[in-house]
Design a binder for this molecule. Sequence first.
Ligand SMILES: Cc1cc2nc3c(=O)[nH]c(=O)nc-3n(C[C@H](O)[C@H](O)[C@H](O)COP(=O)(O)OP(=O)(O)OC[C@H]3O[C@@H](n4cnc5c(N)ncnc54)[C@H](O)[C@@H]3O)c2cc1C
Length: 416
Amino acid sequence: MRFDTVIIGGGLAGLVCGIRLQKAGKKCAIISAGQSAMHFSSGTFDLLGRLPDGTQVDNPIEAIASLNKEHPYVIIGKDNVKKYADEAPAFFKECGIEVAGNAEKNSWRITPTGERKPAWLTLGDFTPLASKDEKIGTKALIVNILGYLDFNTKFLADSFEKQGTVCRISSIKLEEMERLRKNPSEMRATNIARVMDRDGIWEKAAAQVKEMIKDEDVVVLPAVFGLKDASVVEKMRAAIGVKTIFVATMPPSVPGIRSQMTLKAEFEKAGGRFLLGDTVTDAAFDENGNVTSVGTVNFGDIRVYADDFVLATGSFFSKGLIATPDNVVEPVFGVDIAFAEGRDKWFDRNFWKKQEYISYGAEVTSELNAQMKGQPVSNLYAIGSILTGSNALYEGCGGGTAIISALYAADNILKK
Ligand SMILES: Cc1cc2nc3c(=O)[nH]c(=O)nc-3n(C[C@H](O)[C@H](O)[C@H](O)COP(=O)(O)OP(=O)(O)OC[C@H]3O[C@@H](n4cnc5c(N)ncnc54)[C@H](O)[C@@H]3O)c2cc1C
């Protein structure tokens, strides 16, 4: 099997890169083992929320000057980061995903616990806040679905009340949800969304919510609507009739999964091959150290050949990196990985503190070529959360790193 480019990993980075290349005329395949971080998405793509020393970032583009030289944004270059960040909303819109946001001014998102975090691009489901302290309304009606445990109404009420919003908590009961309620493990965001999508059950939910409103000027709901069709969210807002804010639930993330499916569909619509549920196991190299082919579990002896390969396998979470007691390896190509010697330096026993291992990953050149034994591999690019140099969780830069490195690597391949 032969392609122009083979991308290993179909998360945010792999999909953005694949769409860009495929639309530019390259024949691409994405081989992806399974779920990606998007299945756990908060509903925003974060560009840069904090500097490594903890300083809050208001203008991510300006803050690039304060990052260390290993950070992917510094490697890619401030001007390129700005260019790709400015392009991103139109890129997603063309794929059918509405986002709002500005690379030079962070907005704020409400987390499932009611905390507020800086955000760059917010999916249309959610309402970005202009400031950390913005009041969502004077009186809020927070509505859950009876029996759903992954939406913590009490935490949310406590946090809104700190900003001066008076909150009332209630729940809706739908007979269509009763089968799920019999088994609490079935009462998960995606299962609820599937029921809501069926025969317009969401309309019944919206009607119940509307009936509950007394004098509230804002309604808060869990983001469990429109697994396949984002327009359901807007229709809910219109049907409820007062300002309605959807808040991210504990995983799985309905808006994240919908976005992943939308990007996959866009890649396939452009002619790309998405090979889901297959794991790339190994690579072959020519005498110059360039990659010639990869092997996969499903294809067995049949090799997958390409001119260029993109490593988008994610971090430890997605098995893009594997840790042994004293080593961190990238299991497909064996590219150079930056990590600290001595396992005790990898993590802080305080779970809430910055965890160093999150920043471990592939070392790359200025063009994002991965390296092996210090030598760049000219037809192998690394993108997304497998890159070293940033701490996506602490700095809040995971989505931005994935999107911007994907577009940059794709353009570097196209320039060849
Ligand atoms: C739980 C969680 C939640 C997050 N939420 C957010 C958020 O809300 N906003 C934000 O900005 N950032 C978030 N991040 C940061 C996140 O890492 C990035 O935003 C981004 O989605 C990462 O994309 P990626 O494509 O690099 O990696 P991933 O999403 O991890 O995708 C890697 C893909 O590669 C596949 N893969 C791995 N090895 C192989 C192999 N050998 N063969 C084939 N396929 C393989 C995996 O199955 C997976 O599908 C989150 C991270 C985590 C871990």
